[in-house]
Design a protein around this ligand. Structure first.
Ligand SMILES: C[S@@+](CC[C@H](N)C(=O)[O-])C[C@H]1O[C@@H](n2cnc3c(N)ncnc32)[C@H](O)[C@@H]1O
Length: 254
């Protein structure tokens, strides 16, 4: 069990606000366009597809999907998406919103170990902004990495455990600017990129891309950056299927 009861309870309390883009989930809404574009471009490049049709028929697992900010648009683009979350309120909010948009997403309530069928695997697995909320990060990451089909992709985004993340992600975001509710993050649960790389390597995956994400709380803007000491996203694929996708795509990173 990787779920932390107090964390799930906290997310449950916020579930009604999930799709309110100016409420407590505002930072997630702000970064969503950026990370969604990144995920789509990486998938298109990796699987050699046109960007517009890259999602068609792909099996995608979104672990810790919350209200479905990623799961829903990916399904809308043609992917067959399974969204897994341990918070009943979030899964209810996700189902309600998807139904209101006429989008089919297979939302499942629980932890990946409990709700995924034996041998169920996916072309793409997402664990975005979730590993900093679980106990036993290596175990959790290993569990989700095992669900990546051979040649598939895994994306993990989180916050690094550095002095800079303590200043910006905890003190700045929760206490000074209050763009996040106090207690959203525990600094000791933040994760180094090398810790993720070690955890996924047990499942035969290796990191091929790592980039920082800069969030400007006063402007409510997000952009990519080279500095991975606060927010970052990492992409992994099967060892040997390593491709220098970022080189081919000419990503703009400042
Ligand atoms: C910060 S939210 C991120 C939601 C979504 N991935 C996004 O980025 O929009 C973290 C989510 O992970 C879920 N979660 C935390 N621990 C979990 C676990 N062990 N299994 C499944 N979901 C979990 C929480 O309920 C919450 O919805």
């Amino acid at each position: 069990m990787a779920a932390i009861a107090s964390e799930i309870e906290r997310f449950n309390h916020l579930s009604a606000t999930w799709w309110n883009s100016t409420g407590p989930m505002r930072p997630l809404h702000v970064i969503n366009a950026l990370r969604l574009q990144y995920v789509i471009d990486q998938i298109a490049s990796h699987f050699g597809r046109e960007r517009a049709t890259a999602m068609a028929g792909l099996r995608i697992l979104d672990v810790g999907c919350g209200g479905g900010l990623l799961a829903e648009p990916l399904a809308q683009l043609g992917a067959r998406v399974v969204g897994v979350d341990a918070s009943p309120g979030n899964v209810a909010a996700a189902r309600l919103h998807a139904a209101s948009q006429g989008v089919a997403v297979d939302y499942r309530l629980g932890e990946p170990t409990d709700v995924l069928v034996k041998d169920e695997s996916f072309d793409v697995v997402l664990a975005l902004e979730v590993v900093e909320h679980v106990a036993d990060v290596p175990g959790f990451v290993d569990t989700v990495a095992q669900r990546v089909a051979p040649g598939g992709l895994l994306f993990v985004s989180t916050i690094d455990r550095t002095w800079k993340s303590f200043v910006f992600a905890i003190l700045g975001a929760e206490y000074v600017l209050r763009v996040l509710p106090r207690g959203t993050h525990q600094w000791r649960r933040f994760v180094h990129p090398a810790e993720l790389a070690a955890a996924v390597s047990r499942s035969g995956l290796q990191q091929y891309d790592l980039r920082g994400m800069r969030y400007l709380p006063l402007l409510h803007q997000a952009s990519w950056c080279r500095d991975t000491r606060v927010n970052y996203i990492a992409a992994y694929t099967t060892k040997g299927a390593h491709a220098l996708l970022s080189d081919r795509q000419g990503w703009s990173v400042t």
